[in-house]
Ligand binder design. Structure first.
Ligand code: SF4
Length: 494
């Protein structure tokens, strides 16, 4: 039973970050590594703030946790210092809480009842509690391989080793299937490896979880592009079911702004992937911000990742542009006092380290030098309006035309679905108008026995959704192979 008055005695306290000056000079995670006893005491206090609501909005539903994390349950266990049981209850719904604890923007916290009013001291620091449970679990050896004691004799190919593919693979291996994950890159992890910067999640966090999956029996093949290195026919012949977890990595480009063809203008991933590779010891990055005036176009998560990466690479200046107006710190809407994620201003740790953000602006033209390299941007104020069909459109205003230095421009304006790959043509799964892979209510694509999950199905989204879809697709595949399944299925296809 939770302490119903805990939130009246303790204010929310977020995890402490390392000083910005220190962060700028290394790639280690942003948050301070506290001595375990200090961290545990602080987190127990934060968990005490949970009221164990009769209807816990944090736990599921349209605004809460897609995984259905048992948040009030493990908050209370942490409050009482029972980290072992808290670890069990957390892992009951989430394969990789150390990923979500670090990377998820926490829709659960936006949905927390205590977020309604500032007087309540703010939402329960759920994400902080989650990460602490996960970290304690690893420190105390509570995360052990879970061996399956049954064998179905069925073989499953998972294509892609990002969070959706890994969650599906772990669930299916534990259900007794022989699972092989195929990764086209040289290392495992997909976006977790080469998209997410080290300062948000150090790769050792990923590697220790991969070691657990290996010990459980999941097989991995790297440097293997299915559809090229393994033909579709071979795939069909060798496996009883296929799970496509190939992500949605086709970056949206700027096809209209004059000067886009100048050298020095790159999609965000052309910056983040080599930077992550450099952290892995693969040599100097091919797109390096060192000494450059960097302009990032796009105000979201990926833009913030480029921001922090450029700062650490030693950029001369970093400027992030957002065409939308600066959102309020809280939604100012009397009909709904709830602070609705993500329609409030999100400040990322990277923004505290250096640089500048500007809102309600757009690049009118990229200006190059005689060698054809971008050197400046011409900026104009814009406003966002609805067109006749209700679609949001960006309209330039006559206000403030400014010319600013720009030696490196990074386009972080979203993703347009899955990359074109021979595998998808060979399987004949088709694409939706959004560039994602369509599926039925059982996660099965147009190709019988071929399933899809994660960003490849949903479009670029949160790591928590990827894990939730990976778990759900595992249930569907297990049922397809054996006739029924006891595996959990937290979400349905959208
Ligand atoms: Fe606890 Fe907030 Fe969830 Fe209520 S909504 S159970 S206070 S975390």
């Amino acid at each position: 039973m939770a302490d119903p008055y805990g939130f009246l005695q303790h204010d929310r306290a977020d995890a402490e970050k390392r000083p910005a000056a220190e962060r700028r000079s290394d790639w280690r995670e942003v948050y301070r590594d506290l001595p375990p006893e200090t961290r545990d005491a602080q987190v127990r206090t934060q968990a005490t703030r949970c009221m164990d609501c009769g209807v816990p909005f944090c736990h599921s539903g349209s605004a809460g946790c897609p995984l259905g994390n048992l948040i009030p349950e493990w908050n209370d266990l942490v409050r009482r210092g029972d980290w072992g049981l808290a670890s069990d209850r957390l892992h009951a719904t989430n394969n990789f809480p150390e990923f979500t604890g670090r990377l998820c923007p926490a829709p659960c916290e936006a949905a927390c009842v205590l977020a309604i009013s500032h007087d309540a001291g703010g939402a329960v620091a759920i994400k902080r509690v989650e990460q602490a449970i996960a970290d304690v679990s690893w420190e105390q050896g509570l995360v052990r391989p879970t061996q399956s004691h049954v064998s179905s004799g069925k073989r499953v190919a998972v294509v892609g080793s990002g969070p959706a593919g890994l969650a599906a693979a772990q669930q299916l291996t534990r259900a007794g299937h022989e699972v092989t994950v195929h990764e086209r890159d040289d290392r495992l992890g997909g976006l977790l490896r080469y998209g997410i910067p080290e300062f948000k999640m150090e790769k050792k966090v990923l590697d220790r979880r991969l070691a657990q999956l290996r010990k459980e029996g999941t097989k991995f093949v790297t440097g293997c592009e299915v559809g090229v290195d393994v033909t579709v026919e071979q795939l069909r012949e060798r496996f009883d079911a296929v799970v496509l977890a190939v992500g949605a990595l086709r970056g949206r480009d700027d096809t209209t702004t004059p000067g886009r063809d100048l050298a020095g203008i790159h999609l965000a991933m052309e910056h983040l992937v080599p930077a992550n590779r450099a952290c892995e010891g693969d040599g100097a990055p091919s797109v390096d911000a060192a000494g450059k005036h960097v302009v990032i176009i796009g105000g979201g998560d990926t833009g913030a990742d480029c921001f922090g990466t450029a700062v650490r690479q030693g950029a001369a200046s970093v400027l992030q542009l957002d065409q939308y107006p600066r959102p309020p710190a809280r939604r100012d809407d009397e009909r709904s006092p709830w602070p609705v994620w993500p329609w409030v201003l999100r400040t990322y740790p990277a923004h505290e380290e250096a640089g500048e953000r500007r809102f309600a602006v757009a690049v009118e033209r990229f200006i190059g030098d005689e060698d054809g390299h971008v050197r400046q941007i011409r900026l104009r104020k814009v406003r966002v309006e609805r067109d006749a069909s209700g679609r949001r459109v960006v309209v330039p205003t006559s206000e403030e035309v400014e010319v600013l230095p720009a030696d490196l421009v990074l386009l972080a304006i979203g993703f347009e679905g899955v990359e074109h790959m021979p595998l998808l043509d060979g399987l004949g799964v088709g694409l939706t108008p959004r560039g994602t892979i369509p599926c039925g209510s059982d996660w099965q694509t147009r190709a019988p026995g071929v399933f899809v999950c994660g960003d490849a199905h949903r479009g670029a989204s949160l790591v928590v959704w990827a894990i939730a879809e990976g778990r759900s697709v595992a249930h569907a595949v297990d049922a397809f192979l054996t006739g029924s399944s006891d595996l959990p299925s937290p979400v349905i296809p959208n």
